[in-house]
Write a new protein. Sequence first.
Length: 98
Amino acid sequence: MMAQRERAVVSLRSAPSLPRHVRIQYDSVRQAFAVLSPEKVFWPNEISVDILRRCNGQSTVGHIIADLAAEYDAEEEAVAADIIAFLQEWSDKLLVKL
């Protein structure tokens, strides 16, 4: 019988990080960043890469939201839902640890 994993839920106090098996690498041929995990390659857009680069295990989701809002000159409320949804999706795929 397989044990079922309990789903981690993103909160503003979560401090996401990339698991050891996940890394971001620049592909000079495609001139784009790839996210590599065993047997999988993801091609995130520029904003997704900016979110993932901030997943260092130290910065909270709240800090990531504030930092990206300032960088992109946007309201925190306008970007918060998208950032949380992105992190939740990647957490569900085991590509981000919460």
